[in-house]
Write a protein that binds this ligand. Structure first.
Ligand SMILES: [Zn+2]
Ligand SMILES: [Zn+2]
Length: 243
């Protein structure tokens, strides 16, 4: 995987140009190619090498295309892309981005996602929809981390970014803090489409989120979108929790 990663690192130069000197957010060395991460730390990120094509759960080889759970469970989304396991630098960066107002960490994470996308086969969606926060949480945090990532991704891909068509209709707890059994009910029917939403019929939509834990949250968003007539719903997130 090392030579592939060297290539990917050089690719970043095209996507993440910045005008200030880049400093690695992991080790303080000089960052290269327009991002705040040095080549060594880039190569040591918790990349997911093989994963389930449906839910991005890390697998030990590429013998199976989908994981055991996906052979029995019905998801409303069609495919998931998640470059990283939720551990090490990626986990720390997501926490800082989400809970400590460190937007530069989010910017780096979005560029790393774009870098992974470049190396994948994917079809460009018509619409990109970040997972919405509940209004009180949004007010408290000041920003929606999924929207911040989606904005950077969309700047490069130039799709239709929509963050007002779907909303979280009630308070939910963070999935990661809940025992597995409660996660399903925590987010069940937690998302609704606004009354005058744009026409999503026959659209290919990408849901963007920071972390995918069980997949229940994005599945609920996908359910809403499929009900509205979307023909294909993919999930793009930075990291996948290995449950
Ligand atoms: Zn470094
Ligand atoms: Zn799966």
């Amino acid at each position: 995987m090392t030579s592939k990663l060297t290539f990917l690192y050089s690719f970043l130069e095209k996507t993440a140009q910045t005008i200030y000197p880049n400093v690695c957010l992991q080790c303080d060395a000089e960052g290269e190619n327009g991002i705040d991460l040095c080549q060594r730390c880039f190569q040591n990120l918790p990349w997911i090498e093989f994963c389930c094509q449906k839910c991005a759960l890390p697998l030990t080889s590429d013998d199976a295309k989908i994981c055991g759970a996906c052979t029995t469970q019905k998801y409303f989304f069609d495919q998931t892309i998640a470059p990283f396991q939720f551990e090490g630098f990626i986990r720390d960066a997501i926490y800082k981005f989400k809970f400590n107002q460190k937007l530069n960490q989010g910017k780096l994470l979005a560029h790393l996602f774009l870098c992974c996308l470049e190396n994948r086969e994917y079809s460009l969606p018509d619409v990109i929809i970040p997972v919405p926060l509940y209004k009180k949480r949004l007010r408290k945090r000041g920003y929606n981390q999924a929207l911040e990532v989606a904005k950077i991704i969309n700047k490069k891909l130039n799709c239709d970014l929509s963050y007002t068509d779907i909303y979280r209709n009630r308070v939910t707890s963070a999935q990661m803090e809940l025992p597995a059994k409660q996660r399903y009910n925590n987010v069940k029917n937690a998302f609704s489409l606004v009354r005058n939403s744009k026409d999503l019929k026959n659209k290919h939509i990408c849901i963007v989120d920071d972390v995918m834990t069980t997949g229940n949250t994005v599945n609920e968003v996908a359910k809403c979108l499929k009900k509205a007539g979307a023909k294909k719903v993919d999930v793009w997130c930075i990291a996948r929790v290995h449950i």
